[in-house]
Design a binder for this molecule. Structure first.
Ligand code: BGC
Length: 649
C-alpha cells in the first residue's frame, strides 16, 4: 500500500497532476458527495427498507418511511413493483432530501417478473446456460421497465437436502452447474451496466445457507473449509468473477459465527481473497437476528455486522443508529465512509447519480410481450423431467383423457413461490387442454392438503377455493371420469407455497389426500400419467411402481400450461435432467452424487454387514442426479478408457 502511494505520488508529480486529478470522474463525484454528507446521511445510505404502499396516495406521510427518505436516512427501498409508487419515492428522495441522492429499488425477481419462468431448480434442469441467461435478461428488461434497479438474484446456495424448502430457489447440488447458472444470471441481469435495461444483480445467500442443519430454515451450518471451498463456495465465487455488483448475507451461522457478522466470510474470503468490489447487503433483518443468535444487543450486532464488511442493513435499522458507536470508536469513520462509498458507487454504476429517473420510464410495452411469453413457454418445456414412461407418452390427441387432480385447474400455482406479478393471468392446464381442442373430462379428485389452514397458506389464497365435498365424493367423481377415458392425467403435487422460504418438510411424499386419489385411480386399471408439480426432490417409490409415466413439471411459470400440453402431446421432446438427487426415502438425506467413497463403500444395493449401507434401504437413490428420459431411445456403447492410470492431481 505504501509502495503504491509512493508510486502514485511520483507518477503524478512527473505528470504535473495531483493524485486527486488522477481520480476518475466518478470517484471525484462520489468524493464530492461524501464530503458534503453528515455522519447520519452516510449511515442513511446504508439503510435498506421495504417500500410501504401508499407513496402516491399520500398515506405514507404518517408511517415514517417517507420522513426517513426526506431526511436522507434511507439508501434503498425494496418490495414494491408499482412504477408510479417508485416514481413518487424517487421524487421524494431527489427533490425533498437535502442532498437529493436517488434511491435503489430492490426486488425479489428470481425467475421472471410478469412473464414468469420455471423456478430456478427447474431452470437448472434445462442444463442450458443460454436459457438461464435469457430468463435473467427478460426478467431484467421487464423489471427495469417498471423502475426496479436491483434484483435479489441469483440464489445459488448448494443444497443436498430436499427437506429444505428453499432448494427450489437454487440450481441444485452441483458446484459446477450452479456456477454456470450463477454466471449466466449475472450476465443476463447486469450486462455491462451501460444500458437502461441493465441493473444490479445480488448473489445470495452468502454463505452456505443451503446446508442449514436438518433441512430447517434459519439454522446453523457447520462445515470444514475444504468442503466450503470445493463444494459450496464455487457458485458464489462464479458470480463474483462474473462481476456481480452486490452480495446478500445469509441467515445461518457458519461454524458458530452468524454469516451476517462474519468478518472472515464478508471481508477475508469475499473481498481479500476473491476480489469482490461491490456492496454487501444483509438478508432481511439478519443483523437484528444476531441478537437471538446470542451475540449481543442491537447496537453490538450492528457494530459487528458493519465491522465484518456488511455495507447495507436490510430492515433492522441498526446501522442508522451507529453514530454513537463511531463516537465511541467501536466503528471507525473509515468503515462508514467505505460502506457509504460502495453504495454510492453502485448507484453511479447504474447512472442514477446523473439521471435518477433513468429507469422510471413508462414502458408497459416491454412487459409480458408475445416474444417473452414464447420464450417462457419454450424454456418451461425444456425444464420438465420425464422420470418414467411405460410407452404411454407422448399421448395421441385422439385419446380420451381424464384430467384429474387439484393442480389441474389451479393455474395460479404454476408460477411458484417467488413469482413476479403474473399469477392472475396464469392459464390452468384444464384451460390449455380445452383451448387445444383435446377430448378431456375433468374432475378435481381431491383437495391439495388435509389441513385447511395449511392449505390456504400453501396456496397463498391465489384464487384457490377448497372443494367442500367429502373426499370419497371427489374420488368417486374422478374414478368415474377415469373409467370413461382411455388414460388418466393426474396433476398433483405441492401447491406453490409448500416450497420456498420457511417451507421445510419432514416427508417428501405427495400430500396424502392426493396420494389416496392416485391409489383409487390406479385401481381402475387405466394407465395413470403423473404430472408432478414440485419444487424439490420428492419420494416417489410407490408412484414409480404404479404410474404409467411420471413427468416432473415443477412450477413452470406463466406459460406452464401450454408447455405441458406441448410435451405431453409430443410437440416437444422432454430433455430436462435432474440437478438434485431424488431419494427413495427421507432417511437417505443428505444424498448427492459426489459423495466420497469412504473406506468401506457398499459395492451393491443389497445389505452387507460392515460395509457402508443401510439395513432397511438401498443406498442408491430412486432417480440420480442427471437423470431424465426423453421420447427417443439411446444406446451407449464401444467405451474405452483414454488411459489406464490417472495421476493424483
Ligand atoms: C430472503 C431473501 C430475500 C429477502 C427480501 C428474505 O427473507 O431470505 O432471499 O431476498 O427476504 O425479500
Amino acid at each position: 500500500c505504501m509502495a503504491l502511494m509512493a508510486f502514485m505520488a511520483v507518477s503524478c508529480a512527473q505528470s504535473g497532476m495531483s493524485p486527486q486529478d488522477r481520480l476518475t470522474v466518478n470517484d471525484k463525484k462520489i468524493n464530492e458527495i461524501i464530503a458534503q454528507m453528515t455522519l447520519e446521511e452516510k449511515l442513511g445510505q446504508l439503510n435498506c427498507l421495504v417500500a410501504p404502499r401508499g407513496a402516491v396516495t399520500g398515506e405514507q406521510q404518517s408511517t415514517g418511511v417517507a420522513e426517513k427518505v426526506r431526511a436522507g436516512a434511507v439508501g434503498s427501498l425494496f418490495g414494491r413493483h408499482d412504477r408510479d409508487e417508485l416514481m413518487a419515492w424517487q421524487k421524494m428522495a431527489v427533490e425533498e432530501s437535502r442532498l437529493g441522492i436517488p434511491l435503489l429499488f430492490g426486488a425479489d425477481i428470481i425467475h421472471g417478473y410478469r412473464t414468469t419462468f420455471p423456478v430456478p431448480l427447474a431452470l437448472a434442469a434445462t442444463w442450458n446456460p443460454e436459457s438461464m441467461e435469457r430468463v435473467a435478461r427478460i426478467s431484467t428488461v421487464e423489471a427495469s421497465a417498471d423502475g426496479i434497479t436491483w434484483l435479489y438474484n441469483p440464489m445459488v446456495d448448494i443444497c443436498r437436502d430436499g427437506r429444505w424448502g428453499r432448494c427450489v430457489e437454487g440450481a441444485g447440488e452441483d458446484p459446477f452447474l450452479s456456477s454456470v447458472y450463477a454466471a449466466a444470471m449475472v450476465r443476463g441481469t447486469q450486462g455491462d451496466l451501460q444500458d437502461d435495461d441493465e441493473i444490479l444483480a445480488c448473489v445470495k445467500h452468502f454463505a452456505l445457507y443451503g446446508a442449514s442443519e436438518a433441512g430447517r430454515d434459519y439454522r446453523e451450518t457447520d462445515m470444514s473449509p475444504a468442503r466450503m471451498f470445493n463444494e459450496y463456495f464455487p457458485p458464489y465465487k462464479a458470480a463474483v468473477d462474473a462481476g456481480v455488483a452486490t452480495v446478500m448475507t445469509s441467515f445461518n451461522d457458519v461454524n458458530g459465527i452468524p454469516a451476517t457478522g462474519n468478518r472472515w466470510l464478508m471481508t477475508e474470503v469475499l473481498r481479500d481473497f476473491w476480489g469482490f468490489e461491490g456492496f454487501v447487503v444483509s438478508d432481511y433483518n439478519a443483523v437484528g437476528e444476531m441478537v437471538r443468535h446470542g451475540i449481543g444487543d442491537r447496537k453490538a450486532v450492528s457494530e459487528m455486522a458493519l465491522n465484518a464488511g456488511v455495507d447495507s442493513d436490510m430492515m433492522t435499522e441498526g446501522f442508522v443508529e451507529l453514530a454513537a458507536s463511531v463516537k465511541e470508536g467501536k466503528v471507525s469513520m473509515k468503515a462508514v465512509d467505505q460502506a457509504c462509498r460502495r453504495v454510492l458507487e453502485a448507484k453511479d454504476k447504474l447512472g442514477l447519480l446523473d439521471a435518477p429517473y433513468k429507469f422510471l420510464r413508462c414502458e408497459e410495452e416491454r412487459i409480458y410481450t408475445q416474444e417473452h411469453r414464447a420464450a417462457a413457454r419454450r424454456i418451461a418445456a425444456e425444464s420438465f423431467v420425464l422420470l418414467k414412461n411405460d410407452d404411454v407418452l407422448p399421448l395421441s390427441s385422439k385419446k380420451k383423457v381424464a384430467l384429474v387432480g387439484p393442480l389441474a385447474d389451479a393455474g395460479a400455482q404454476y408460477t411458484g413461490s417467488w413469482q413476479g406479478a403474473a399469477y392472475d393471468d396464469c392459464k390452468s392446464l384444464l384451460t390449455a387442454m380445452t383451448e387445444a381442442g383435446l377430448d378431456v373430462i375433468f374432475a378435481r379428485g381431491s383437495n391439495m392438503l388435509e389441513d385447511e389452514e395449511l392449505e390456504q397458506a400453501a396456496c397463498r389464497n391465489r384464487k384457490y377455493v377448497r372443494d367442500s365435498r367429502s373426499e370419497s365424493e371427489m374420488i368417486r367423481e374422478a374414478v368415474n371420469a377415469a373409467r370413461r377415458s382411455d388414460v388418466v392425467l393426474a396433476a398433483v403435487g405441492e401447491p406453490a407455497w409448500m416450497t420456498g422460504e420457511a417451507s421445510s418438510r419432514t416427508s417428501l411424499d405427495i400430500p396424502q389426500p392426493q396420494k389416496r386419489l392416485l391409489e383409487a385411480l390406479v385401481r381402475t386399471g387405466k394407465p395413470v400419467i403423473l404430472l408432478l408439480f414440485s419444487g424439490r426432490p420428492m419420494t416417489l417409490e410407490w408412484e414409480n411402481d404404479n404410474m404409467a409415466a411420471i413427468l416432473d413439471v415443477w412450477y413452470g411459470g406463466s406459460e406452464a400450461a401450454d408447455a405441458i400440453v406441448d410435451v405431453v402431446y409430443g410437440k416437444v421432446n422432454p430433455s430436462g435432467k435432474l440437478t438434485m438427487t431424488f431419494p427413495r426415502n427421507v432417511g437417505q438425506i443428505p444424498i448427492y452424487y459426489n459423495m466420497k467413497n469412504g473406506g468401506r463403500p457398499a459395492k451393491t444395493d443389497s445389505y452387507k454387514r460392515f460395509s457402508s449401507c443401510y439395513i432397511d434401504s438401498p443406498n442408491s437413490p430412486l432417480y440420480p442426479f442427471g437423470y431424465g428420459l426423453s421420447y427417443t431411445t439411446y444406446e451407449y456403447g464401444d467405451f474405452s478408457l483414454s488411459a489406464e492410470t490417472m495421476p493424483a492431481d
